[in-house]
Design a protein around this ligand. Sequence first.
Ligand SMILES: *Cc1c(COP(=O)(O)O)cnc(C)c1O
Length: 409
Amino acid sequence: MENEQVIFQQAKKYDCFYLYDERKIVEHTDRLKRDFSSVEFLYSIKANSAPAVVKCVIAQGFGADAASLAEVELAHEFDVPADKIQYSAPGKRMEDIGAAMDISTLIADSIGEIARIQEIAKAKNTIAEIGIRINPDFTFSDGAGTPSKFGIDEKQAFSLISEWEKLQNVRIVGIHVHSRSQELNANVLERYYRKMFSLADAFQNAIGRRLRFLNMGSGLGIPYSSGDEPLDTASLGAKTEKLMEQFTEKLTGVSIILETGRYAVGKSGCYVTQVLDRKESMGTTFVILADTLNGFIRPCLAQLITSYSKDDAPIGSEPLFTGRDAFQFVALTDETELEKVTLAGNLCTATDIVAKDIIMPKLKRGDLVAITNAGSYAAVLSPVRFSSQVPPAELFLSCHGTVSDASKI
Ligand SMILES: *Cc1c(COP(=O)(O)O)cnc(C)c1O
């Protein structure tokens, strides 16, 4: 396990904690910048909104993909300019739109929302330069679209362009599509990007002018289970650059944007918990860990989903469920004797089960267990108030080796 000394040090102070490693964030964001040299990146703050993490990714030159007004404001506090903060979410309130309008780029999510943006921009006596989120007539895997709670159907959007162009206080400067997360196959992503380039070209033709940006959303996956092949970002980057060349006449001057939460930070974090008790029950050995379901819910969710599903590999439901073995459990002990155990948590619910019948070194009270892949959709998703336990700390390990509270900067 990496950073083992730091983990042992911090475990003296905290029962349970997340540790985010700045070096890993820099490594992953540097790789994207190198492999996609002509693409602009936005960090999807909802993956991990700990201020130290957000600050680090922004310092790497990323803009912000904000899913709420609070995330818009966080990015704004870090001096990200309005054209590099894209606020995309369904169901924005009037107050959200009003407060975000001057400090971010609103991505309209519905036909009604465009009318509301117009109303607010008019009252402010300004022109809102916005993007619109489109629900395309295609998916990652297919040539046909599907109903979606996100965005405006492609056909509807094309039929309304001339109406929108008449609005006095709204100007559409970009389009946004986000179809799916956690794709590991570069060819699948390339096919999707190609369709996105064509969509942007068609949209420009319909609107009769150049767009400022084409936001292709995310999809960049990370290896979770030990059998996952990492996404070949070098190959995908080269394919993307080639596409940009092919479309150069049509899309020169249009910023090509990718958003990612998990690729930037997912592999940077682990969750550290400790053994509180162990017991035998009717032939099963239970190891009771501190703050699992309430501190890092996703391993418990994976157990729950796989126990309901008859399928060997139930399809993912990101970001709540990736797969049945998306997390590794690392015992931080020198013990060499192995045993089969069920890892459970200390909450008063039978669903607080982390892993069933896995082989681990023999664990005793006080031993530490680290859970991997806890840099994204981990702390932010966990029901920390459940059963009134102390929430886990979030710690940030800087490139210089210093450890600080990630929730403060
Ligand atoms: C959540 C989200 C993302 C980030 O997805 P990852 O899988 O973490 O990269 C990107 N774009 C939009 C619109 C999102 O809602």
